[in-house]
Ligand binder design. Sequence first.
Ligand code: ARG
Length: 466
Amino acid sequence: MADGTDQKSSNQMWGGRFASGPSAIMEEINASIGFDKKLYAQDIRGSMAHAAMLAEKGIISQEDKDKITHGLNTILSEIEAGTFEFSRKLEDIHMNIEARLATLIGTAAGRLHTARSRNDQVALDFRLWVKEELQKTEGMLTALIAAFLDRAEENADTVMPGFTHLQTAQPVTFGHHCMAYVEMFGRDRARVRHAIEHMDESPIGAAALAGTGYPIDRHMTAKALGFREPTRNSIDTVSDRDFALEFLSIASICATHLSRLAEEIVIWSTPQFGFIRLSDAFSTGSSIMPQKKNPDAAELVRAKTGRINGSLIALLTVMKGLPLAYSKDMQEDKEQVFDAAESLELAIAAMTGMIRDLEVRKDRMRAAAGSGYSTATDLADWLVREAGLPFRDAHHVTGNAVALAEKKGCDLADLSLEDLQAIHPGITKGVFDVLSVEASVASRTSFGGTAPSEVKKQIAWWRGRN
Ligand code: ARG
């Protein structure tokens, strides 16, 4: 019975009022050990801090506390060595560990659960796990941002077409485009940091939902576990999964950014665009077409976003109808978060590798930047500035120039001065200074604009943060 494997017996942790054990289906639907074993380290750490506090407050003896700590350390090594036997009959990680503790140290094990419940225990374990995952995510985003900053620096002058509607709009620099992603992932990282702050409160000691009559010290356990302070409302503490939802929301937004980047990588690496070459390390070949190099990693990053967004919706849906305080529905929180975390880590790592390795084909970008009349806005702006036209009229005149270039099958910069003067007599040869893509990007010096000088300032600003 101590190992919980006796079919007919009721559960040793809560079975006092039960005459028989659960049906096989009940056991199957109830058990979470298959996935919550991931929380073993947090569970053991939480129990050690709780036991130390109980002893400090005289609620259990020092001797029992020492036995508990020793037993928990043994369990930790057993789990890490892969010799621990997890039992589904013991439902979850909390009861698996406690049952093993009883086998190892006898009655003292039964004193560990004084002044706590699995409700605050799971809230603690899971919160610790999510907090650590967020800290990891923060570091990974920093690496991704660093990869982009390097590419931006190398390409502050690399001209490429900027798009709206995926139609050539105006020339920009590749460095500027890279910095757009630095902004996006920088916001993700700020959200991660904010979420860590938010969830930095210790749940342990909320007990089942109402707190406890034992003279516990929640500030002591909070401190021991690296939390800023204990949570302030015991009912909320065991009901709350905002920290998991926040993780998933942040993950979804970040995955959405990664997916947009993935989509661009897929487009840019086509022979038609040819803006970049992916390294062999981050692409695959085709088993039938020898010439192919496929952007599989980018495609999978794009696809993982579906799983991550799905996890957010799944947990929001689990939580939305739950009365306070704990309900077993909440056990469904973990798989969503674990799956999303694994997917997000992989996606960020793959993207960081791709960005670090990718070859930028400056010639292809430059050629594409000049096509599609990308400097039409520059012509219109020149007409406003130099010929004194109202912008609307300048827009119209430029439209005529584009139509003529289209008819002739050439770029705006290839039209002759006579051609342009026939469209508007105020045009002089000075106009050719702005029709080149280099002149166009160099002129966009507004704060946050695409001019290389401006992009370099933004890179320096980001380099000064981390
Ligand atoms: N395995 C449970 C979970 O993940 C632990 C909490 C169980 N609490 C309870 N009152 N049955 O949510």
